[in-house]
Every structure is written in C-alpha cells, then in structure tokens.
Write a protein of this length. Structure first.
Length: 132
C-alpha cells in the first residue's frame, strides 16, 4: 500500500512522458490510498488540459476512470497531524494532507514533488526510487 500524490495519478490517467513510470509504480504496488483532496487537485489539472485543447468528453472520461479506480481508496487524514506538519515545514496544507496520510498509515508517499522529498525524506519517495 502507498499514498499516491495527485501528480502520480495524473501521470497514470493522462498519457504523457511519465505514464510508463506511473504504470511501473502501479505494477509494483496496485493498492493506492488517497486523501479526498485528490479529486479537486485532479480536476484542476484537467482544467488546464481543457484550456490547452483537450476535448471535454475526454476530460470527463479521464476523471471518471480515475474516480472509479480510487473510489474506495480515500481516507481522510487527521487535522492534528496535518497542522503539525504545516507548523514544521514550508509545505502547503494540500501537500501536508498527503504526507499526513502516509504517516498515519505508516506507508510511503510516492510523489514527483521535490519539496516533499526534501522536507519529508522519512516517507516521501520519488517514482523512480520507488520502482527500483
């Protein structure tokens, strides 16, 4: 089990250069856990793709596929843990939700976010390092 950051989810469901790597992460550990926040972040990323020309129907299909895949894998992190992480780091509250969830579940947070690797090396890991 891992906590999947939104960027990992984006890489898996929106085809691009990082999709094969995201698929390797999924192959290594198919049980991804996410905080409910992932949906808003994912929709925000899709919004940028729509504005750059992605067809609305494609965007809706991608979101539907991601939501179906992760529908029973959402866990709300503790507010106390989130605020403690905020107080001790320079990360956003959004990022701290993913870190808090990883810490609560005692699993890795797989992310492409370099700041998270630096500030939380005990639980945040890159996609490349995870699949090695």
């Amino acid at each position: 089990m891992i906590v999947a950051d939104t960027n990992l989810i984006v890489y898996l469901f929106i085809s691009g250069d990082q999709t094969p790597l995201a698929q390797r992460v999924l192959d290594k550990d198919p049980y991804w856990i996410v905080p409910p926040l992932w949906q808003s972040e994912f929709r925000n990323v899709i919004a940028s793709y729509i504005r750059r020309g992605m067809a609305l129907e494609d965007a809706k299909r991608i979101l539907q596929n991601a939501m179906l895949t992760l529908e029973n894998r959402q866990v709300s992190p503790s507010n106390d843990v989130i605020f403690n992480l905020i107080a001790g780091s320079n990360c956003t509250a959004y990022d701290c939700e993913f870190v808090a969830l990883a810490k609560q579940l005692n699993v890795l947070l797989v992310t492409a976010d370099k700041q998270l690797w630096r500030e939380f090396p005990d639980c945040a890991i890159s996609l490349d390092d995870f699949v090695k």
